[in-house]
Unconditional design. Structure first.
Lengths: 367, 622
């Protein structure tokens, strides 16, 4: 079944691989900066992250090794497995930082919500690719995809993990948008959001509400939640043109930056490498986006396109939101910077995503 | 093979995909614009903020200068003490930290909270002193529970202590934390700095405070010191020696005992104050420790007013001591001469009022010497009628009464020397001739502070007035003299030598004469001159005090002023005992006796070897 095809090699997307590896390498270097101390240059966290990068690399190649059309067949099954993992997390997951997000598998802990994003988008893709055509989707056709994401989102929100829930909404939204949303519906949703917003607001955890309020007015409580935004903006801004130099970001090294190795890793990078470095980093992401776009656009079938689209959406929705958040342009939500932020599950998910994109890319000429 | 039907991609999908990616590109552009704004346009500000974040100025408080007595004994010391410091920005969970801190400091959390509110205007990361002068146990508790107390540290600062407690409390004053007004007035101060609040601590602030140093230190987000970037060493404050002789001060204190009153002893050669006793007094140490509300209330509500500096601010009728002024005026104006005799039948009818002599049986025919010796009131009633109040007042002012003595600090009161003009301005009434009689014996409107009285008798002794002062000299911490004693003559009595001698003879007789009222001040080997005084307070008090006061309040004040030795006056002294159970001769003269006796005893002792050594050692150290 898996007959080796020469064309697979010739169509291998090297720029995508290199851009990814470059980002992962930069990410590791930045995690090193964010986690090292005077005594320990290579922290335990860095070793763990590097290990995950290795695991991610293997997973990436596994993800491109099979024909992605398999996902069409087993998409719902994989989706079900992801749901089970999410339920298990809710039942026997381990807690940290006020949230029950992790599932311990022996010595390692994974965050099923991060990994579930791919099964969700695969399932949505499985459903949507049969519906798409020259017309837009009907409202009835939206019910299934919305149900598909509603169940995991509820489970994820329960952990709670607002950031991942928003990511899932975002990437699904992009997929639906590309698949063709009914115009009337878009208007309707906007209206509904305006009406139900207050209800969801009241159901946000206090710290989540606090984050939104603080975003609107960071000086409100400079030592509470506003502290994150202020310190992050100071870190980024103080990098100025050329940066303070690698390992010399004072905001980072002296721990003024909160969550500097996870959600605010971009601030660490921007402080130490300045505007010049940040432009290079953003260009790297842009390059990656262009490669992903090419993969999606060139996909030979609707499923491939939707799959590539969902994976691309997953990566760049997060990248944009995370960086905007670090710059104080969006509220603080726990969304990681793909390939950069410390966190094995997130890195693994992103590398699998790239593997699947390569998978789609390689098989654009096969039948 | 993959059996699933693979559908061609509808064209709409690719179009919308392009739009979506276009939106993402727009997102990247927005990010770049935002970065430009943060890093290029506002980069400098952020850079400054990041520097402020990590660099803190930690002040090294200069050790406040010590205050010594004339012979080098420490009156105010600075010793290391431990303060509990809180930086709320570093505290993490502030509530929890405050709770823990309050527990270890044995304070209520409410107290810490009110402190935080009071200091709400401080700059970020400024330290708040939660408790001063921690006990050793509390220091250990804070140090061992550092993990539960983020943002809390123990700071070593020099603390003021007053080894002799209440002795000289009013003069030494005390220090307190600089309040917002102090901070605004002088940029030298930072929150938590100690600043002189009263007495010499306040007056000598610039001399004693030194120059605070500081360190620029790099800290991390939880306020841990990482390294010192820059350091400016502090310069300790200068040492001030006072003219006070601690031995004499203590002797005077015990002579007065636990009676409300004041004793002032002044060096007549220089004007330096040798002893300055107020009773009751207060212990400046309670201010140095941070006075509690209850302690403050207790001081303020005390009916004996321990916060009042009686020697400087108490305005007492000078009573019979004023007779030396009237005597000098009468002699100088030629109204009497030493041989003039006036008859005292025990009182004098003037208008429709009968003015009594204190000796109801009368003194008979007395000359000036006898009138002073026995303190005959009628003699001075008669003299005053011929002098008139304005002449009396003129002479009184020449003796330094009715005006400030010129002491370098303190809220000195002037007392009152009335004359016709004074009464017109202040009471809008003409002067009654009868009031001159009261004034002649230092009653009525006439008042003076104990310091003025000492000055007055000193003027009789030497014929001149020196500016009283407390500062003997200022020295660097190494002992180098910066400024010596500021001796200043502020007035000479323009009196004939004979006038002065005749008044002096009268004062000598008060102590040494057969009928002298001040014989209890007599010393065996030193000639003392003085004057007793017993001043009525009833009339005054009846006007001021509501009824229902304790009878003690209505008793007369007893006093004594003196100088010695007569031949070459060195020391003048004024004693006031409020509401005494008897007159000045019985109550105040013995106090003066003890002080003078002590003064000459110490002087003699210092001339023999042991004291000479102590003193020369102290002098050598300079």
């Amino acid at each position: 079944m898996l007959k080796f095809d020469r064309r697979l090699i010739s169509h291998f997307d090297w720029p995508l691989l290199f851009a990814t590896l470059l980002l992962v390498a930069c990410g590791l270097a930045t995690v090193l900066s964010a986690t090292h101390s005077q005594d320990v240059l290579v922290s335990r966290l860095l070793i763990r992250q590097a290990t995950w990068a290795g695991v991610g690399l293997v997973a990436m190649f596994l993800a491109l090794s099979f024909d992605y059309h398999w996902l069409e067949r087993y998409g719902y099954f994989i989706y079900a497995v992801a749901l089970v993992l999410l339920v298990l997390t809710a039942l026997i997951g381990t807690s940290g930082g006020g949230a029950q997000r992790w599932l311990s598998l022996g010595p390692i802990a994974v965050q099923p919500s991060e990994l579930a994003k791919i099964p969700i988008l695969v399932a949505v893709g499985c459903y949507l690719h049969r519906m798409v055509g020259d017309r837009r989707l009907t409202i009835g056709e939206l019910i299934v995809p919305l149900l598909l994401i509603a169940v995991p989102i509820l489970l994820i929100l329960r952990q709670p993990d607002l950031g991942t829930a928003i990511s899932v909404c975002g990437l699904t939204g992009v997929m639906l948008l590309v698949a063709g949303l009914p115009t009337r519906l878009v208007a309707g949703v906007a209206l509904a959001a305006a009406l139900t917003g207050p209800y969801f607001w009241t159901h946000l955890k206090p710290y989540q509400q606090e984050r939104v309020l603080t975003f609107l007015d960071p000086q409100r409580d400079p030592l509470g939640s506003g502290y994150h935004i202020i310190q992050s903006k100071i870190a980024i801004g103080s990098g100025m043109v050329a940066g303070k130099g690698y390992l010399h970001g004072t905001q980072n090294q002296l721990n003024f930056l909160p969550e500097q190795h996870t959600d605010f890793i971009f601030s660490v990078f921007a402080e130490e490498w300045g505007f010049a470095g940040a432009v290079v980093l953003i260009s790297l992401y842009f390059l990656l986006l262009m490669r992903c776009f090419i993969v999606a656009v060139r996909a030979k079938d609707a499923f491939g396109l939707l799959l590539a689209c969902g994976l691309t959406a997953m990566i760049f929705f997060q990248a944009l939101i995370n960086m905007a958040m670090a710059m104080g342009a969006l509220p603080v939500v726990g969304i990681t910077l793909p390939f950069f932020s410390y966190g094995g599950s997130s890195l693994l998910a992103c590398m699998i995503a790239v593997g699947l994109l390569m998978n789609v890319s390689m098989r654009r000429f096969t039948f | 093979m993959v059996a699933l039907g693979q559908r061609e991609v509808p064209s709409g999908l690719r179009r919308r995909l392009t739009i979506a990616v276009g939106l993402a590109c727009l997102g990247f552009l927005i990010l770049l614009a935002r970065l430009w704004n943060l890093q290029i346009l506002h980069g400098d500000e952020a850079f400054e903020s990041s520097k402020r974040n990590r660099i803190r100025l930690q002040r090294a408080q200069a050790t406040r200068g010590r205050v010594l007595d004339r012979y080098g004994r420490t009156l105010i010391d600075s010793r290391p003490s431990f303060n509990a410091i809180l930086v709320p920005e570093d505290a993490g969970d502030v509530e929890l930290t405050i709770e823990n801190l309050a527990h270890f400091l044995e304070q209520s959390t409410a107290e810490v909270h009110s402190l935080l509110e009071k200091t709400a205007k401080r700059s970020p990361f400024a330290e708040i002193v939660v408790q001063r002068d921690l006990s050793f146990e509390k220091v250990v508790a804070l140090e061992t529970h550092q993990l539960d107390l983020p943002g809390v540290s123990v700071q070593i600062t020099p603390r003021r202590s007053y080894p002799y407690g209440p002795e000289l409390g009013h003069i030494l004053g005390y220090v307190g934390e600089a309040n917002p007004t102090d901070l605004e007035a002088d940029p030298h101060y930072r929150m938590g700095d100690l600043i002189g609040k009263a007495g010499l601590e306040k007056y000598l602030e610039n001399t004693l405070r030194g120059v605070h140093g500081g360190q620029q230190i790099e800290v991390d987000a939880v306020g841990r010191r990482l390294r010192v970037l820059h350091e400016v060493p502090e310069v300790p404050g200068n040492i001030v020696r006072l003219t006070i002789d601690l031995d004499l001060q203590q002797a005077a204190s015990s002579a007065l005992g636990a009676r409300d009153g004041a004793v002032v002893a002044v060096d007549l050669k220089t004007g330096g104050v040798l002893a300055f006793v107020n009773y009751p007094t207060f212990d400046p140490n309670i201010f140095a420790r941070g006075i509690t509300h209850d302690q403050w209330e207790e001081l303020v509500d005390d009916p004996h007013h321990p916060l009042t500096n009686r020697a400087l601010q108490g305005q007492y009728p000078p009573g019979s001591a004023f007779k030396m002024v009237v005597a000098a005026a009468a002699l100088e104006e030629g109204i009497i001469n030493p041989f003039t005799r006036l008859y005292c039948p025990g009182g004098l009818q003037f208008g429709n009022h009968y003015f009594r002599c204190w000796e109801h049986r009368g003194h008979g025919s007395v000359n000036l010497l006898q009138a002073l010796e026995r303190s005959c009131d009628v003699f001075f009633y008669q003299v005053s009628q011929r002098l008139g109040i304005d002449a009396i007042a003129r002479y009184a002012r020449a003796f330094g009464l009715g005006q400030k003595t010129g002491l370098e600090f303190g809220h000195e009161r002037t007392g009152t020397i009335p004359d016709t003009e004074w009464k017109m301005t202040h009471l809008k009434e003409a002067w009654y001739a009868g009031e001159t009689l009261s004034a002649a014996i230092g009653q009525g409107y006439v008042t003076a502070t104990p310091l003025q009285m000492a000055n007055m008798v000193g003027a009789v002794a030497t014929g001149k007035r020196m500016r009283p002062h407390f500062v003997f000299r200022t020295e660097t911490p190494a002992g180098e003299v910066i400024e010596g004693e500021q001796v200043e003559e502020i007035g000479t009595l323009a009196l004939r030598q004979t006038t002065l001698n005749q008044v002096r003879d009268g004062l000598r007789a008060v102590v040494n004469g057969p009928h002298g009222t001040g014989s209890r001040a007599r010393l065996p080997d030193v000639n003392v001159a003085g004057k007793t005084l017993t001043s009525q307070v009833v009339k005054l008090k009846k006007q001021r005090q509501p009824i229902g006061q304790i009878p003690w309040k209505f008793r007369d004040h007893a006093g004594f002023v003196a100088y010695a030795p007569i031949e070459d006056p060195e020391i003048a002294i004024a004693v006031i005992v409020e509401h005494a159970e008897a007159g000045g001769g019985k109550i105040a003269a013995p106090v003066a006796h003890d002080v003078l006796e002590a003064y000459f005893r110490f002087k003699k002792e210092r001339q023999n070897s042991t004291y000479a050594e102590v003193r020369s050692a102290a002098d050598l150290a300079l």
